[in-house]
Design a protein around this ligand. Structure first.
Ligand code: 3PG
Length: 397
């Protein structure tokens, strides 16, 4: 696909799709990471003489104007990140939008109201896309984290204007390609989370692509059940045991080594500071639940990781949001951070929970790349085509 470098933007209004779907509490942005990450794209468009007009969604208003989901509330954070005033337009199409855009001067930047206030956005509607296209002379998509949605501002619009990828989109795809596309081997994937059922496609795709697959969190319990290990009151999807067995067999056939817990941290209650004990994996009491992997598991994982060159991580290893059940996730994250800092490992992580866990462990900064994406990161790891990326690729021809 084209990048900003390939595009003639001088004097043009550049419709720039960004993802500023950030957490907000009482009208205040609580994590501005996604906002900060779009700054290079905005600046580079301006440096080429283009006027960035930002298109974005916020939350899920389902085609209605919902005041609490207005993008106006992120304007102060966007202004702080860009270090300049941001012009806000009350609607992303129609008369008011046209008037705001027509008054913009080179050096300025505008943010248009939530594209999802129009039903045409999520319907990937051609007429709505044409109304967006009428505002600008070029299109840049910098919203990797929304690229798994085939919506008008992420998909149809790319076919209507000269289109290219923004800097964050480029960086995300490059990092993911380094981890799974053409990686340095051996490759380890760490996949955690509550349920096998929600990550089935991911696990199935990964056993074909990686050399080591570490399974953590609640889904590890399902695999233990599949191997005939008793897990007491642990969260486990017993009806998924056959599926888990099929994944284990596939891994055996493809030469992917699966890592499951060898020791476990169990408790009778799921609350902060609950009395816990560490036991061999096959000794979970009938009235207890597994809430984390134990230190021997972490040590085995650290050793396997040391022999790897590439790591891709999605999902915590235990109930990381509650102490002391964050220990395995923290220790494994720090091991990965250390190996990365030594230059021995390329490490890539994504997904909301995962990034929160790595931040909590103080490990995120040392990772090679932390994706801003949740759903899009997962779908990419699953081997799916992302419509927003495919549209940019088609636009190149
Ligand atoms: C995200 O937050 O992952 C993206 O902005 C996509 O949001 P959506 O899941 O509401 O489409």
């Amino acid at each position: 696909f084209n990048t900003i470098d390939d595009m003639d933007l001088a004097g043009k209004v550049v419709l720039t799709r960004v993802d500023v779907n950030v957490p907000v509490e009482n009208g205040q942005v609580t994590d501005a990471t996604r906002i900060e990450k779009i700054v290079p794209t905005v600046k580079d468009i301006q440096a080429k003489g283009g006027i960035p007009v930002l298109l974005a969604h916020f939350d899920r208003p389902k085609g209605q104007r919902v005041d609490a989901m207005s993008l106006r509330q992120i304007v102060p954070s966007l202004e702080a990140a860009l270090g300049q005033e941001v012009v806000f337009a009350d609607d992303c199409i129609g008369g008011p939008a046209k008037r705001v855009v027509a008054a913009l001067k080179p050096g300025q930047v505008a943010l248009m109201e939530n594209t999802r206030f129009h039903a045409g956005e999520e319907a990937n509607d051609a007429t709505f896309a044409a109304s967006l296209a009428a505002l600008g002379g070029a299109y840049v998509n910098d919203a990797f984290s929304a690229a798994h949605r085939a919506h008008a501002s992420t998909e149809a619009l790319a076919r209507l204007l000269n289109a290219g990828a923004g800097r964050l989109m480029e960086a995300e795809l490059k990092a993911l390609d380094a981890a799974l596309g053409d990686p340095q081997r051996p490759v380890m994937a760490v996949v955690g989370g509550a349920k096998v059922s929600t990550k089935l496609e991911l696990l199935t795709n990964l056993v074909e692509k990686v050399d080591h697959l570490v399974i953590g969190g609640g889904m590890a319990n399902t695999f233990l059940v599949a191997k005939g290990v008793e897990v007491g009151k642990s969260l486990a999807e017993r009806d998924m045991a056959d599926t888990a067995r099929a994944i284990l067999e596939k891994a055996e056939a493809t030469g992917c080594k699966i890592h499951l817990p060898v020791d476990i941290v169990v408790a009778r209650e799921f609350k902060a500071g609950a009395a816990s004990e560490t036991l061999p994996v096959d000794q979970c009491p009938a009235d207890a639940m597994i809430l984390d992997a134990g230190p021997d598991t972490v040590e085995a994982l650290r050793q396997a990781m040391t022999a790897c060159k590439t790591l891709i991580w999605n999902g915590p290893l235990g109930a990381f949001e509650i102490e002391p059940f964050d220990a395995a996730t923290n220790a494994a994250a720090r091991a990965a951070a250390e190996l990365t800092a030594q230059g021995a490992l390329v490490s890539v992580a994504g997904g909301g929970d995962t990034v929160a866990a790595l931040n909590k462990a103080g490990a995120a900064e040392s990772f090679t790349f932390i994706s801003t994406a949740g759903g899009a990161f997962l779908e990419w790891m699953e081997g799916k085509t992302l419509p927003g990326v495919a549209a940019l690729e088609a636009a190149r021809r």
